[in-house]
Design a protein around this ligand. Structure first.
Ligand code: TRP
Length: 351
């Protein structure tokens, strides 16, 4: 049976991009009951690889991310939710995996390359940041996860993990499991654009709708969304492709939303056709999108507010999850050391 593992860096609250790109899917997988184990990791140690000077940001966002998880429907009875830094075995695994990866291979990792550019590290790349693909391989293999639900930007990370697993299993013994990435089914959901039309919804670009946003904030953000810059007057023909309002509709709108909020149309194709012909104003489309998103996010926000009343309980849940995860990682580490022949005091120096 399959074992799932995934995680998020606690550098901010989670937003709509995380929600359609991965949270929704995780909850469905969790509730399907089809998986042996599900591990959801708050990757605080990975977040520190480029935030060493801002521990407080990472610390404070651990609870925010945990609240976002539970509000979306992740359930600690069914999924193990834990904090990466509380599993020291991950460091030990990384230390041995480091010997299986070359500097040039890390330099060629496309995710690392883009992230280095985004952060303007130039020649001052922290070693911990540069090597985080190796620690991510430890995150995944410590739990023998074979399925890793992630956004497409993480594909090079999974590939790097697979290479480490193959090297380890060939050099020593078949202990580790090669994972596969699980991408969102709908390509629109893989990478939700920002409110401003930028390729990605991202905290650093300030173009996000957060799961914790109030109804009013959501409405204002939608009203000021970027649309089709050539659609100046209502009667002008408009473009629906590369238009974030329509991309969000692709991700969220279902036929029943028309009956409920915009009965003049049957489905999204009809609405798009009208917009393309001309005669349909942005405000109508934005109002419709607002209804849909309010409807989707209201229960999440309300649940989140309720859970935030008792942070003690959230930390207790994380503590229990971390203890459970630590035991599993310790077991794998033990197998790894045995496979490498370095469990000296257990097996003796002779063999
Ligand atoms: N790198 C992931 C991100 O930035 C977070 C992460 C850390 C992760 N370890 C992981 C994801 C292991 C999947 C599996 O979103």
């Amino acid at each position: 049976m399959d074992i799932i593992l995934t995680g998020d860096r606690p550098t901010g609250k989670l937003h709509l991009g995380h929600y359609v790109g991965s949270l929704k899917r995780r909850v469905e997988m969790q509730n399907s009951g089809k998986y042996k184990d599900i591990y959801i990791m708050i990757a605080d140690a990975q977040a520190l690889t480029d935030n060493a000077d801002d521990i407080n940001k990472v610390r404070s966002n651990i609870a925010e991310v945990a609240l976002d998880y539970l509000a979306c429907g992740l359930n600690p009875q069914k999924s193990t939710i834990y904090i990466q830094s509380q599993i020291p075995e991950l460091c030990e695994l990384s230390f041995y995996y480091m010997n299986l990866v070359t500097v040039s291979r890390l330099q060629r990792n496309p995710t690392v390359k883009t992230e280095i550019q985004m952060r303007n590290f130039h020649q001052s790349i922290p070693v911990g940041f540069f090597t985080y693909p190796i620690s991510q391989a430890a995150d995944i293999t410590a739990f023998k996860a074979n399925l890793v639900p992630v956004g497409e930007d993480q594909l090079p990370m999974i590939e790097q993990t697979r290479e480490i697993v193959r090297s380890f299993n060939t050099l020593y013994q078949e202990v580790l499991v090669e994972p596969k990435a699980v991408l969102p089914e709908n390509s629109t959901c893989s990478r939700l654009p920002g409110l401003d039309g930028a390729a990605k919804m991202s905290k650093s670009l300030g173009n996000c709708i957060y799961l914790s946003d109030s109804a009013d904030e959501i409405k204002k953000k939608i009203q000021s969304m970027f649309t089709d810059p050539t659609h100046l007057r209502v009667q002008d023909p408009g473009h629906t492709e590369n238009n974030p309002v329509f991309i969000y509709l692709d991700a969220f709108c279902r036929d029943e939303h028309f009956a409920a909020f915009l009965p003049a149309y049957q489905n999204l194709d009809e609405l798009k056709a009208h917009y393309q012909r001309g005669g349909l104003g942005d405000m109508v489309v934005k109002r419709f999108l607002n209804e849909i998103l309010q409807n989707e996010l209201r229960p999440i926000r309300e649940r989140r507010e309720e859970l935030a009343q008792d942070l003690g309980e959230i930390f207790q849940m994380l503590k229990i999850g971390s203890e459970k995860a630590q035991k599993v990682a310790a077991q794998t580490l033990d197998e790894v050391k045995t496979a490498m022949g370095i469990n000296y005091f257990r097996h003796g120096f002779g063999d």
